[in-house]
Design a protein around this ligand. Structure first.
Ligand SMILES: Cc1cc2nc3c(=O)[nH]c(=O)nc-3n(C[C@H](O)[C@H](O)[C@H](O)COP(=O)(O)O)c2cc1C
Length: 198
């Protein structure tokens, strides 16, 4: 049996990321969970940014932003960036986060986040009352502490990263569970007559 609840934000789990826009002198941080990859080659990602806050207008003006993966270690600071506005608060000062320069864009990355993506704004639309920003990922920074082989991002130890997971439906933070299988592989064990896995 199932029961229904009408339109809910029941999509989970979501990553918690810190999106930074600005420059090394003045930059703002917004906590974002509504984020997704869009294209694989020349990778792009999309973020949904509300119009009431400060970040939407700032990203439109600056045309670039960084996506910084939040971890359980910085949960309080990440939450703080999601309940305060850059209009009133210098969030770098308040959290103690350290700005590091990006390679290709003005917006800095956050040192305390182990993975950082530099993005150039390539598309912006309104989806209802919400900004939908598409960013092209120009560079990826990863803490070497969490890499088995410094030259291969595939060796990133996701357990050591300990990403902060957001359960949107009930507004809770969670941590990561266990690896349970290899994607694009495990399904090959299932054969349906007439269908072959690629
Ligand atoms: C866990 C969490 C996830 C959030 N996800 C989003 C999101 O995806 N999009 C959004 O516009 N706001 C999101 N928010 C709310 C913004 O972070 C919040 O409105 C913030 O104060 C805006 O800051 P600003 O005015 O400096 O831009 C989230 C907040 C939290 C705590």
């Amino acid at each position: 049996m199932k029961t229904t609840f009408g339109p809910q934000r029941m999509l989970f789990p979501l990553p918690t990321v810190l999106v930074v826009t600005g420059n090394m002198t003045k930059a703002n941080i917004i906590t974002i969970a509504w984020i997704t990859m869009h294209t694989g080659k020349s990778p792009t990602l999309g973020i949904a940014v509300g119009t009431r806050g400060y970040s939407g207008e700032q990203i439109r003006a600056n045309m670039n932003f960084t996506v910084n993966i939040a971890t359980v270690d910085i949960m309080k600071e990440a939450d703080f960036c999601g309940i305060t506005s850059g209009r009133e608060v210098d969030k770098f000062k308040a959290t103690g986060f350290t700005k590091l320069p990006s390679t290709y864009i003005e917006s800095p990355i956050i040192k305390e986040c182990p993975v950082n993506l530099e993005c150039r704004l390539v598309e912006s639309n309104m989806v209802g009352p919400t900004n939908h920003f598409v960013g092209e990922i120009l560079e990826t920074h990863i803490d070497t502490d969490h890499l088995g082989d410094q030259h291969d991002p595939g060796t990133l130890d996701i357990r050591a990263v300990n990403p902060l997971i957001y359960y949107s439906g009930v507004r809770e933070y969670w941590s990561l569970g266990e690896k349970v299988g290899d994607a694009y592989e495990i399904g090959k064990g299932l054969t349906i007559s007439g269908h072959h896995s690629r």
